[in-house]
Design a protein around this ligand. Structure first.
Ligand SMILES: [Zn+2]
Length: 529
């Protein structure tokens, strides 16, 4: 087997480190193929000729890399990347401590190989190691189920929940989830027309900010000026386009990914529903919206449904450049310039969809071209939050009634996990799709709050719509009392299901399960902090 020993040892070590999966039967068959004693040299050469592509294919099959058709679909996006950004992405694949360990193991094997028949050991390891690894994992899971653990957000895992679901059960859970979601909608028809609409709604949709991207010590402080903070909000998507469509259709329950690109019932398009009760819809981005066809998806009547023209050039300051060299405008400057124009216009209430990519992977700050976008993330995040803070003050000084809503599209995947490198978002894991969602009431008579009302319950877009409707119905902007805690406690819960084009991650209890096409469900190990 010769050099193939190193192939298997590398894979087994990656598997032990949870970087890849390991298909035992396929690997044993492949090991037997490369191991089988052959006398003639030309036959051995012919075997190697076929073994190389087979070995690469099997490695790909064991890895968590996107399926080939997804990679092809992503290729047009890669073409726009600057060379510096491609180099930064490639460097994230390199894990120096692991490489040192791997090289040491290979050197040790090379030494042992002089005295022992390595192939026999490799074959035993191919069968024994996955079996042992599974057994250890199961033991750990059982131990964690008997000892409830507090998560960082205070949610405790439930010991009565089954530790393992089989494939059919998980399929059933997913179907059941979508069946229930299909029945959910928030209707504005019943709200008192004399009380609505009394306030502007400004929706700040932030690309690339999940709880996992924020230092745990900063999580509360960053949102302290808001009145409501949803700490267990699932954006359900790890890419911008589907996240925007989901937000723009926030008045219905969660839809399967494929349905996002088909027309939804009219009552699902939140902005259009609000237009129906007297709002004027507006659209503003701090970028040109071309990447990944984002703007088209937002404006497409069947997708986001926000078919209004984009606010043109407001003369805002360029703050940085995107990974493809296009300008990104400063959030405070562009929002204030928009607000100045909006104030000067009619009194018809406005609902604004604002999208910012100031935190996107690959963004380059002027003069900091050599700093990786992962390193510059905290700087960019603090600047964004400072800009939002400044904009909040501007709104407060105007005194006009506004509900300012902040919701993130998905995380930046700043830390990555064992199966995805930082910045990669193919698998919509909870580290990427559990994001901040917050609301601030400005110009609401008699309303004062020192701290936000915090909800740790699992929520998603429907809860945001319920919040807007709840405030509207309460007449709080007209001077009526607002039972904010009651409103927040009554918000609909949405269990964790996140999706991309081909991938689903489902949460049950304290565990997550991953489904990719043509495979069974598997455990998604979310690495502990
Ligand atoms: Zn995004």
């Amino acid at each position: 087997m010769g050099l193939w020993n190193y192939y298997f040892i590398t894979k087994l070590m990656l598997y032990w480190n949870s970087n890849i999966d390991f298909h035992v039967i396929e690997n044993v068959l492949f090991a037997l193929y490369v191991l089988f004693p052959l006398k003639r040299l030309w036959v051995r050469r012919l075997r190697t000729f076929f073994a190389i592509p087979l070995g690469i294919g099997l490695f790909y099959h064991d890895s968590f890399f996107p399926l080939p058709e997804r990679l092809i679909a992503l290729t047009p996006n890669f073409r726009d990347f600057s060379l510096a950004y491609i180099a930064e992405l490639l460097s994230r694949f390199i894990n120096i401590p692991f490489l040192v360990l791997l090289l040491s193991a290979c050197a040790l094997l090379a030494l042992l190989g002089r005295r022992l028949r390595l192939s026999t050991f490799t074959l035993i390891a191919i069968v024994a190691l996955p079996w042992w690894h599974e057994r250890e994992t199961l033991k750990l899971e059982q131990a964690s189920l008997t000892t409830p653990q507090a998560c960082d957000d205070g949610v405790t895992s439930q010991p009565h929940i089954k530790s393992h679901y089989n494939n059919e059960e998980l399929n059933g859970l997913l179907t059941g989830f979508y069946d229930t979601q299909a029945t959910k909608k928030v209707s504005f028809e019943s709200s008192n027309p004399t009380q609505s609409p009394q306030f502007d709604i400004i929706l700040l949709h932030i690309c690339s900010l999940s709880w996992d991207d924020i230092d745990p010590n900063e999580r509360d402080g960053l949102f302290k000026r808001f009145d409501v903070l949803l700490k267990n909000f699932n954006s359900a998507a790890s890419y911008s386009g589907p996240a925007a469509i989901r937000l723009l259709r926030a008045s219905c329950g969660q839809e399967p990914h494929a349905k996002l690109y088909q027309e939804a019932p009219k009552q699902c398009y939140l902005f259009n529903v609000l237009e129906g009760i007297g709002y004027q819809r507006q659209l503003l981005l701090n970028h040109d919206g071309h990447f990944g066809g984002f703007l088209q998806e937002v404006q497409n009547v069947q997708q986001g449904g926000l078919n209004v023209p984009l606010w043109g050039d407001l003369g805002a300051k360029v703050q940085m450049h995107s990974f493809d060299g296009t300008p990104i405008y400063e959030d405070f400057d562009i929002l204030s310039r928009w607000w100045a124009k909006r104030k000067a216009r009619s009194d018809q209430p406005v609902v604004l969809y604002y999208n910012t990519i100031s935190l996107h992977d690959g963004d380059v700050l002027p003069g900091q071209e050599k700093i990786s976008s992962i390193k510059s993330f905290p700087t960019r995040m603090h600047k964004l939050m400072q800009d939002i803070d400044g904009f909040t003050t501007t709104l407060e000084q105007t005194g006009r009634p506004v509900a300012l809503i902040l919701v993130a599209e998905h995380g930046a995947a700043l830390h990555g996990d064992t199966v995805q490198i930082p910045g990669m978002r193919e698998l919509p894991s909870p580290r990427i799709t559990l994001v901040p969602a917050a609301i601030k009431f400005i110009g609401m008579p008699g309303f004062q709050s020192a701290h936000p009302v915090i909800s740790n319950r699992p929520t998603s877009y429907l809860a945001l719509t319920e919040l807007i409707k709840g405030v509207m119905v309460s007449g709080a902007y007209g001077g009526h009392a607002l039972d904010l805690e009651g409103l927040v406690n009554g918000l609909s819960e949405t269990e964790y299901v996140s999706e991309n084009e081909q991938t689903v991650v489902l949460g049950k209890g304290s565990k997550y399960y991953l489904h990719e096409p043509n495979t069974d469900w598997m455990d998604y190990k979310v690495k502990a902090e």
